[in-house]
Design a protein around this ligand. Structure first.
Ligand code: SF4
Length: 215
């Protein structure tokens, strides 16, 4: 786990300067690998990779995949989830969307469409297999990684079993790593059932965010 996190969160930032960084962002924005798959969904949408990261960022938000509103706005967390997430982090909108400070790298860069029950489909595995490591390589200065949702946790935490356990186990993660439930309104019930999250985890998370941003 530490090896993968070291590649992803810039723990080895001082060493990373020595290898040439490939800027993949234009290629990623032009990606159409999932075009047929998305065309077959109820929304029949085209790929629109939401690319929101730049070298120099010190905080990584490792998220799941854009929802429809984000797909339309081409801006990550451009919805009520974003408002709740900024509150959890203790940052304003300007800081949150400053790519020189915060990189937002989801497991799937495009809106995957809806399932038969109207929920979001999972991010396509081909996306993280194709793009994720190269995107993480572009943010070698990251010192704080925030994992949101089971897919990001499974990728970054080899011992991952359940979201609630990963969130509750914040003391056991490598330094500079937090796991959060998705800030969607769908998780309001989870928040009520797990009051320790707001009481114990959020104060530590906000302190860590503040320390990294103000260092
Ligand atoms: S989800 Fe990822 S792999 Fe699929 S089209 Fe979008 S950027 Fe490409």
């Amino acid at each position: 786990m530490r090896k993968r996190l070291a590649q992803g969160v810039g723990v080895l930032a001082s060493c990373s300067r020595s290898w040439p960084m490939k800027d993949i962002r234009d290629d990623l924005r032009a990606c159409t690998i999932c075009a047929e798959k998305f065309a077959a969904t109820a929304t029949a949408h085209r790929p629109n990779p939401v690319v929101w990261f730049a070298p120099g960022a010190r905080i990584l938000i490792a998220s799941q995949a854009p929802g429809l509103r984000v797909h339309e706005a081409n801006t990550p967390f451009w919805d009520a989830s974003g408002k709740r997430l900024r509150d959890w982090l203790g940052v304003d909108e300007v800081t949150f969307y400053d790519r020189s400070k915060v990189a937002i790298i989801p497991m799937g860069f495009c809106f995957p469409g809806y399932d038969a029950k109207g929920g979001d489909l999972p991010p396509p595995p081909v996306c993280w297999k194709t793009w994720r490591q190269a995107a993480l390589d572009m943010v070698p200065d990251v010192r704080l990684t925030i994992l949101i949702g089971g897919y990001a946790m499974k990728y970054h935490l080899p011992d991952f079993t359940k979201v609630t356990e990963a969130v509750a186990g914040w003391r056991d993660h490598p330094p500079g790593v937090f796991a959060l439930p998705h800030p969607s309104w769908r998780n309001t019930g989870w928040l009520k059932k797990n009051p320790w999250f707001e009481a114990e985890v959020l104060p530590r998370l906000r302190a860590a965010v503040s320390e990294v941003l103000n260092d």
